[in-house]
Design a protein around this ligand. Structure first.
Ligand SMILES: Nc1ncnc2c1ncn2[C@@H]1O[C@H](COP(=O)(O)OP(=O)(O)OP(=O)(O)O)[C@@H](O)[C@H]1O
Ligand SMILES: [Mg+2]
Length: 347
């Protein structure tokens, strides 16, 4: 958190009119740029103490310019103060944390955005740096392109390929959660994988509402939510790629962000894309838009008497049951495996 904040309505340097705060935290504003007559994102750089903030975040953005990294427009000091700020292009759709809440986005989009972010991370690593804060809230959407943003923690790796530990709990790697931990290329691969985990499910690997100490224990032990259970519409091959990227042993993860993205693309292949939807009173519902002469499908799970759940697949157009995929009634505890086997048949 920064120690300084400016009230909305403030005009900075006779140029940027701060209109509203963006995001849930931090000091980022939607602002009107009077000179260029456009709306921009205005971010006050974080200040640890009374010394001026570093220009690192602005310089890294400039140095790492890439199709999948948020472009920086300006970096300056608020007149008559020590406050430094950067200006970036405003991406009005916002960040992927909001976009994927509460149920995740379609499997095809999650893999696609994962590939965009991986390309950005490859550029960071190629420059001998680590980002250290890859998470859905630090990924911004521009149409159907995801951009990596928030380079506050981005830093240069030492000669051992290590950097001091930093990051956000929601996507933190186990070795970074430890008090004597360090950040490496592998910890960025973990955070990237955990980000795609969230995009697919709308949930973080560990409940972010738990007390920090509890989150730390779960992360360190690799005791995270099972993607196969909370998002049974995600193909098993895709869940396996995410699981490897989130391995407790850094050496067992994909060796690079590029190899993670390649594995993800191979795993999704030409399978149907599914996205979860909410039907009032139903336990789990998903839809798949038909492509290449394939019909649009729906899957619903709803409670029936005796604590059981009925799972059925149907054509979205006619509502008729999908041939060869009869409805099943299972115990509530068997819902996830029943859904998984149904999605295998439908894919
Ligand atoms: N260029 C932009 N366009 C649209 N929204 C933006 C932009 N930059 C930032 N935001 C919004 O502001 C939020 C915070 O931005 P950013 O992560 O850069 O700041 P931060 O102070 O580091 O925040 P945090 O501490 O929460 O990570 C983002 O999650 C996003 O919702
Ligand atoms: Mg951020």
């Amino acid at each position: 958190m920064s120690s300084s904040t400016l009230p909305t309505g403030t005009t900075v340097n006779d140029r940027y009119v701060l209109q509203r705060k963006l995001g849930s935290d931090g000091d980022v504003y939607e602002a009107h740029d009077r000179h260029l007559n456009q709306t921009v994102a205005f971010k006050l750089l974080h200040q640890e103490n009374s010394s001026p903030q570093s220009w690192d975040e602005a310089r890294r953005l400039e140095q790492l310019r890439n199709r999948f990294i948020i472009p920086v427009i300006n970096a300056d000091v608020v007149a008559n103060s020590d406050l430094r700020y950067i200006v970036t292009r405003l991406l009005p759709i916002g960040d992927l944390e909001s976009e994927a809440a509460p149920n995740g986005i379609s499997t095809a989009l999650a893999v696609r955005y994962g590939a965009h972010l991986a390309t950005a991370v490859v550029a960071v690593h190629a420059a001998g740096m680590v980002h250290r804060d890859i998470k859905p809230a630090n990924a911004l959407l521009d149409g159907d392109i995801a951009h990596l943003s928030d380079f506050e923690y981005c830093c240069i790796l030492d000669e051992n390929g290590e950097a001091p530990r930093d990051g956000s709990w929601c996507t933190l790697a186990p070795e970074v959660a430890m008090d004597d931990g360090v950040c490496t290329v592998a910890s960025d691969v973990y955070s990237l994988s955990a980000t795609v985990f969230y995009l697919l499910s709308g949930e973080y690997p560990v409940d972010p509402h738990l007390p920090r100490a509890e989150q730390k224990l779960l992360i360190a032990a690799g005791d995270v939510r099972s993607l196969a259970d909370i998002a049974p519409h995600v193909p098993r091959a895709v869940s396996s790629v995410i699981k490897r990227g989130m391995g407790v042993d850094p050496a067992a993860r994909h060796p690079s962000a590029e190899s993670f993205a390649n594995a993800l693309a191979t795993a999704i292949g030409r399978r149907r894309s599914w996205h979860r939807i909410t039907h009032l009173g139903h336990t789990f519902c998903a839809e798949s838009v038909g492509q290449n002469n394939r019909k649009s499908l729906g899957v619903c799970a709803s409670s029936v008497p005796n604590g059981k759940v009925k799972v059925h697949a149907f054509y979205l157009g006619s509502k008729r049951a999908v041939s060869g995929t009869p409805a099943r009634v299972v115990r509530a505890g068997e819902l996830a495996p029943a859904l998984r086997s149904m999605f295998v048949k439908l894919n």
